[in-house]
Design a protein around this ligand. Structure first.
Ligand SMILES: Cc1cc2nc3c(=O)[nH]c(=O)nc-3n(C[C@H](O)[C@H](O)[C@H](O)COP(=O)(O)O)c2cc1C
Length: 191
């Protein structure tokens, strides 16, 4: 049975608890939100990313990416972005307005890279081809296309998303609920 949380304090706490769980549990629905940004022409762009860390105290969500990916250039030009999470288990949608910072070098990147480079995902950050690069028409994977090209140093980058505001929506037979919250305020909205 679903527990019907009542107070803003309870719900706020639970939102961050679930975000933290999602960063550790690859089966959590909130593990793979959609990150929406705008490109250089002001057009919307969006993609799935994996939530790696959720820091309730700092109000920060962390992701890993390739420093050469188009989203990095977009976020360096326009740091405002949205993250959208949906959990069928919770019947909760969370839309999070964030400001993004991409870190491509330095002690934090190198420390996290030490872990990532041991994992199966390491190859993603070592490919000589940037994400989104066009492959020859007869090749479906970058691995096959770039066999003769020497691998560069890693292009692993850390993306920090500072949370500005959340829009929380709960779907429930007892009545949908919606609220807009930031670090200190809470407003109930019509769902
Ligand atoms: C389940 C799933 C998880 C993904 N996780 C990430 C991720 O954590 N970081 C990332 O940069 N791309 C991730 N991707 C790939 C992106 O969705 C996207 O295709 C790629 O990063 C290029 O995006 P861009 O062209 O907007 O930069 C993931 C894709 C899927 C399907």
């Amino acid at each position: 049975m679903k527990i019907h949380l009542q107070t803003p304090q309870e719900i706020r706490l639970k939102i961050w608890k679930e975000l933290s769980r999602a960063s550790l549990d690859r089966h959590h629905d909130w593990r793979t939100p959609v990150l929406a940004s705008v490109d250089a022409d002001g057009l919307p762009d969006a993609r799935t990313v994996v939530l790696r860390q959720a820091d309730a105290l700092a109000g920060q969500l962390t992701f890993y990416t390739d420093s050469r990916s188009p989203k990095v250039a977009q976020l360096q030009t326009q740091a405002s972005a949205m993250l959208v999470f949906w959990s069928a288990r919770l019947s909760w949608q969370l839309r999070v307005r964030v400001v993004c910072t991409v870190i491509t070098a330095g002690p934090e990147v190198e420390a996290l890279w030490q872990g990532v480079k041991q994992s199966a995902a390491a190859g993603d950050y070592l490919s000589p081809l940037a994400p989104g690069a066009v492959l020859p028409p007869d090749r479906g994977t970058a691995d096959a296309a770039d066999a003769s090209v020497p691998a560069p140093t890693h292009s692993f980058a850390v993306l920090h998303a500072q949370v500005l505001q959340m829009d929380w929506l709960e779907l429930s037979r007892e009545g949908h609920r919606r609220a807009q919250l930031d670090a200190t305020t809470w407003a109930w909205l019509t769902p």
